[in-house]
Design a protein around this ligand. Structure first.
Ligand code: NCD
Length: 309
């Protein structure tokens, strides 16, 4: 029995297999329409979500399974003081697999202990977001045809953005990735990532203050929202929230095949005028998220395509 807690839980080879499966699901959804018949997914979301929760639910439904769950701590017994491990233990009797999002770093790890069904970390505070990373890897592979030899600019809230932290860890395992971190001083990457990932693995990275100065170098521009809910004071959030806004003007010097990504939700860090640019990949990215989650559910439940059973 296997859980997904961190973007490094799967080896590079296992990821390759998972992304191939996701690609096949995208091409031939009919082959997988009954793969999870009779199985239930529980989505336990203690924090707001649109894409992650709904794409998990759509994924399970597309596999012929069913879903149950809650979408806020207020509508669960957490509001009465129940611990996460008690809730998860009870739910493991009602469902075959669990996806959980929690504002506290490490909450899903604690819940996974002694659990008899697979649990997926759907985001734990500012720490990790491994299923967004799977989504991002599928997007990069689909759009660039490879996961190595790329210059990736990450822009916005690099301090609190868990999608950034997870993606850096995952991409650090591929050859010749050059990271460019674009953020205000206050929202720079946490030291532990610089030490544990960049320095330990001798990976090229630099910090810059404007996206314009590096735009021509980028193969991928990964935009992020300033994470309002993780700030300690409102004044800092207001001061920093509009630090980086991508608009058509800033794309003038960009490569013709730049891939612009964003985990979404967007607040106003990408002008809606950019949406029609063929380099804007963020809505496709959200769709790929459904296919990788289908592949992930199948992998963790150990089920195969309809014809192979
Ligand atoms: C992200 C998250 O929850 O971390 N959203 C998502 O899952 N696509 C990004 C964000 O909230 O900014």
């Amino acid at each position: 029995m296997r859980h997904l807690m961190s973007p490094l839980d799967f080896s590079v080879e296992e990821l390759e297999t998972l992304l191939n499966l996701a690609g096949d699901i995208e091409k031939h959804p009919e082959k997988y329409a009954h793969a999870c018949e009779g199985k239930k997914l529980a989505t336990l979301f203690y924090e707001p979500s649109t894409r992650t929760r709904l794409s998990f639910e759509a994924a399970m439904m597309n596999l012929g399974g069913t879903v149950l769950g809650f979408s806020s701590a207020n509508s669960s017994s957490a509001s009465k003081g129940e611990s996460v491990s008690d809730t998860v233990r009870v739910v493991s009797g009602y469902a075959d697999i669990i996806a959980m999002r929690h504002p506290k770093e490490g909450a899903p790890y604690a819940a996974a202990r002694k659990l008899s069904v697979p649990i997926i970390n759907a985001g734990d505070g500012g720490h990790n977001h491994p299923t967004q990373t799977l989504t991002d890897l599928m997007t990069i592979r689909r759009e660039k045809g490879k996961l190595d030899n790329l210059t990736i600019g990450m822009c916005g809230d690099l301090k609190f953005g868990r999608t950034v932290h997870s993606l850096i860890k995952a991409m650090s395992r591929y050859e010749n990735i050059n990271f460019i971190m674009i953020s205000p001083e206050e929202l720079r990457l946490p030291d532990y990532i610089i030490k544990d990932v960049f320095e330990k693995k001798n990976i090229k990275y630099k910090n810059v203050r404007t996206m314009e100065e590096v735009m021509p170098e980028l193969d991928i521009l990964y935009m992020t929202r300033v994470q309002k809910e993780r700030f300690f004071n409102e004044a800092d959030y207001i001061r920093l929230k509009d630090s980086f806004i991508l608009d058509e003007r800033k794309l003038v010097d960009a490569k013709k095949d730049l891939c612009i990504m964003h985990p979404l939700p967007r607040v106003n860090e990408i002008s809606t005028k950019v949406d029609d640019d063929p380099r804007a990949c963020y809505f496709k990215q959200a769709l790929y998220g459904k296919y990788v989650r289908m592949a992930l559910i199948m992998t963790l439940l150990g089920v195969s395509a309809d014809e192979d059973r």
